[in-house]
Design a protein around this ligand. Structure first.
Ligand code: AKG
Ligand code: FE2
Length: 560
């Protein structure tokens, strides 16, 4: 079975070639102006654009300008292809005067002129952990940032051992900045030198192999990330924490009206029922319509902004195409996880052998919805307004991606206290499919509640923790969409069943849980066999082998 089969089932139509991403948008060139006064920074940035060589001269100019005070000296202390930092040394030591230019990509390098960095006090916490006290550090105690990162990372052995599954050798490696251990501020800025840290700030160490996740504060807290620029002047992007577990945030002011219009314009005519292959038939777990947007400038721009939001470098092979959705009246998407639990490709577990899976979803609200259409998180018990009620049947959370129909209906019901994120044009909801240590988060179960009034347009930006598996890594070696057999399994029994791909082993390869009456679409190939068991049972109650003669037909395999 190909990896795409699972995408088909979970998320609708699968594009033929996810690498066919089209023209890259022009890079979001962000002038960093948090340190310098805006006018100095902007001026400097302009100068640099014209002549990089001017940089050195500029430092001289600044130095000259300051000559009236004999105690001050200026020097270029940090020079990247796209950024310059000029520091002024005065009686109190080195203090930063100005910084301008564009995002840098290289590692921190220190000045040739002066190796001194500012002396700052700050705390270091582990990735994602906004709740502990953290380790108190002073830049003055370290010869450089790398030494600090290594030391702070290794000083958190208990958390570290979760990341490395207790492997001490691995712990030394994942804490090594040369190999990729990083430090971030509590505003999502990658720390490349001590200049990036403000006195008293919290910072987060991210071991090699992991990505930064937004640390948890108090539910209801709001902050403005440094990692991303607002597309709407005067309306800064704000992160509002909705839940601790799963890790969910509203992202306010994430898109401009022009961007939303452009995405809608580009995709309106392309929307098709979310499950492909069978004209006129809709899987009842997902009734929306879908279009995959590889090309529109706006989708690419918002996708890139989503990487910025997450503090990650944009990499096209770490994202799916933007998936645009339309929900008409009563349409919905039953709760599910966005990550792939099934072993459709080698290495679906991010914690094993550099595995990769979906890491985070930035779910875009492209229109307001008059009523309904909320994104619901049925397993959250850490949000405002939750009253302790039993939202889903006990045990559901042990079966990733499964929820009983009646529970799904209940959590969308306005009288339940489940966490629901309101669809509001221009906003997004950010949630993580993985925990800060790289494990898949079963509690990230979520769905789109039925639209009660109006139409909901929205879109998924999916970001993976590492480059996605190549199609030829699918378990059966068959590349995607290689002329497979499109079919559906139907559970006609009154109890939930588990479907397995028969790989010849006793256990088989788990595919999906089918509740009573449920269907699951599947792309498979001639000769491939499947079997089913009653959920939790051991006996095989059904078997099926795909046959090429079923190609192009509405093949349904009924489990009864
Ligand atoms: O429509 C929503 O609010 C959520 C949709 C969703 O979870 C998905 O498309 O994967
Ligand atoms: Fe989803």
């Amino acid at each position: 079975m190909a990896a795409e089969t699972l995408k088909d089932r979970k998320n609708g139509a699968v594009p033929k070639d996810t690498s066919a991403a089209g023209a890259e948008p022009s890079a979001d060139r962000t002038v960093r102006k948090n340190v310098a006064g805006p006018s100095e920074g902007a001026l400097l940035a302009k100068s640099m654009l014209m002549f990089a060589a001017l940089v050195a001269a500029l430092a001289g100019v600044v130095a000259l300008a300051l000559q009236h005070d004999p105690k001050t000296k200026a020097a270029v202390v940090d020079f990247f292809p796209e950024e310059v930092v000029i520091a002024v040394e005065d009686a109190t030591g080195l203090s930063l005067l100005t910084r301008g230019g564009f995002k840098r990509e290289s590692k921190s390098v220190y000045s040739q002129d002066t190796k001194r960095e500012p002396s700052v006090q700050f705390t270091v916490h582990f990735n994602g952990d906004g709740l502990s006290e953290g380790l108190s550090k002073s830049s003055a105690d370290y010869p450089g940032l790398d030494a600090l990162i290594r030391d702070a990372c290794l000083a958190l052995p208990e958390i570290l051992s979760k990341v490395t599954n207790g492997d001490e050798k691995a712990a030394v490696q994942v804490c090594e900045p040369e190999l990729g251990a990083k430090l971030f501020t509590d505003r999502g800025r990658r720390v490349l030198s001590f200049f990036d840290i403000e006195d008293g700030q919290r910072t987060y160490v991210v071991p090699q192999g992991l990505n930064f996740v937004w640390p948890l504060a108090k539910v209801g807290s709001v902050w403005h990330p440094d990692s991303v620029e607002s597309p709407v002047p005067g309306k800064p992007i704000a992160l509002r924490q909705l839940s601790m577990s799963p890790r969910v945030f509203t992202v306010e002011n994430f898109m401009s009206p022009d961007e939303m219009d452009a995405i809608l314009e580009h995709n309106r005519e392309l929307l098709k029922p979310s499950e492909v292959g069978f004209a006129g038939w809709r899987d009842k777990t997902r009734t929306s319509s879908t279009a995959w947007d590889f090309h529109s400038w706006a989708a690419r721009k918002v996708q890139k902004r989503s990487f910025d939001l997450l503090g990650m470098e944009f990499q096209s092979d770490m994202a799916d195409a933007v998936q645009v959705l339309r929900y008409n009246l009563t349409e919905w998407y039953k709760p599910h996880t966005d990550w792939f639990a099934e072993k459709a490709y080698d290495g679906h577990d991010p914690k094993v052998n550099n595995g990769t899976n979906r890491f985070a979803t930035v779910f875009l609200y492209l229109t307001d919805v008059e009523e309904g259409g909320h994104t619901v998180f049925p397993l959250s018990k850490t949000h405002e307004g939750y009253n302790g009620e039993q939202l889903v049947k006990p045990g559901t959370e042990r079966t990733a991606g499964y929820i009983a129909q009646s529970d799904a209906e209940w959590v969308c019901n306005t009288s339940s206290t489940a966490l629901r994120s309101e669809p509001k044009a221009g906003n997004a909801v950010l949630f993580y499919s993985q925990e800060a240590d790289g494990s898949l988060d079963k509690l990230s179960l979520h769905g789109g509640c039925p639209v009660i009034k109006g139409t909901k347009y929205s879109a998924n930006v999916w970001i993976w923790n590492r480059p996605k598996p190549r199609k030829d890594q699918a378990k059966d070696g068959k590349p995607a969409n290689s002329n497979g057999i499109e079919m559906r399994f139907h559970n006609a029994r009154g109890e939930a069943v588990e479907l397995f791909w028969d790989d010849g082993s006793d256990k088989g390869v788990f595919q999906v849980v089918l509740g009573p009456g449920e269907y699951s679409p599947m792309t498979t190939y001639h000769g491939h066999s499947f079997f089913a068991r009653v959920k939790g049972g051991t006996e095989r109650i059904f078997s099926f082998t795909a046959n090429d003669k079923d190609k192009g037909k509405e093949k349904i395999a009924t489990i009864n």
